[in-house]
Design a protein around this ligand. Sequence first.
Ligand SMILES: O=C(O)CCC(=O)C(=O)O
Ligand SMILES: [Fe+2]
Length: 368
Amino acid sequence: MPSPSDDIPPFPDNLPLAPIAIISHAKLLNGDQDEAARVLEAAKTDGFFDLNLQDTRQGEALLAESEQLRALAKDAFAAPLHEKLHYALERGVSLFGYKPAGTVKTTDRDQRPDTTEFFNISKDYLHNTPTPSRGTKPLTYPPQIENHRPLLQSFTRHGHACGMLILRTLASQLGLPPDEFTNLNLFDHPSGDHCRLTHKTPPPPPNPEAAAATTTGPAGNPPIGLPSHTDFGSVTILFNWLGGLQIESHGHQASREREWEWVKPLPSHAIVNLGDAMATFTNGVLKSAKHRVVPSPAATHRYSVVYFVRPHNDVPMKPLAQFANRDRDHAGAAAQQVAGKFSATLGPGQEVLAAGEWMRQRAVQLGN
Ligand SMILES: O=C(O)CCC(=O)C(=O)O
Ligand SMILES: [Fe+2]
């Protein structure tokens, strides 16, 4: 959603675009059943859709707040690295805090470091929801973030409400009680929900020596903006302005070739996707799609603003009763397709994890 004052280069017109649906927030709020059916279809296929936020109060608020948070992100990331590291998340312990660029996903055979830094700002922290303490030091954020608590509180409320609308829509479309999913993702329950601000530096300078010195990983491979991953939680509400996001084409299984398609940022829209929790609860009926961020076509700084809705920390990560008896072969195949490593049925000896621990383990896998 570039604003007129911004100098965001246009998205090139020669890149393969992911043909994801465009859904109207206003129609969903008004209970439009055709639009609701299109949300279910998107959730079962791409796992992604664009959400037009124009013409609703909540949507306009989200758009305005995402713009303000982008400005805040520019400010916060402009601080020297040693200052940002003061707020570093404790890897393997807490999901929240600052993550510098240079992370290597544990399962990446090419061992490529990422070029994205981010701040994960806990919803519970922002809203003073009591949570058992994790980590060895109290959670704090830099003044650029702390000074804007009211903005972050408002954005997280609106982002969460937007996620709840999607979850209610999906439950109704699946013939479930409308609050079946929302009851697992209540705002005032301790969870991994957070606002993430990301920043990716432009691609390296053309000078090969400088490039090699600053951008190759331990194995000498080129870096990646954000390695391919599926989100862990229930619903992700994403705002980005510069291209770079790609999703795995869901037709790739047929061709056995992995194909990546670009998601073009649309003004006044959010990009919405489902995470592994929804694939797990529905035993693979709903899709958590793989995505990644690659160097954007334009050599400029890239920012994104994200809200992650995740199940409460104590929710068991297993299919809901309504989906538990789904044909195993079918569910297994769907699950393979939706999230690569995600396994819908538990193997022998595998215990059901509570969401808090499950999210922590997933973050470790991503190297965060
Ligand atoms: O920045 C983007 O466009 C995507 C970010 C993302 O996938 C994530 O933070 O999980
Ligand atoms: Fe993601």
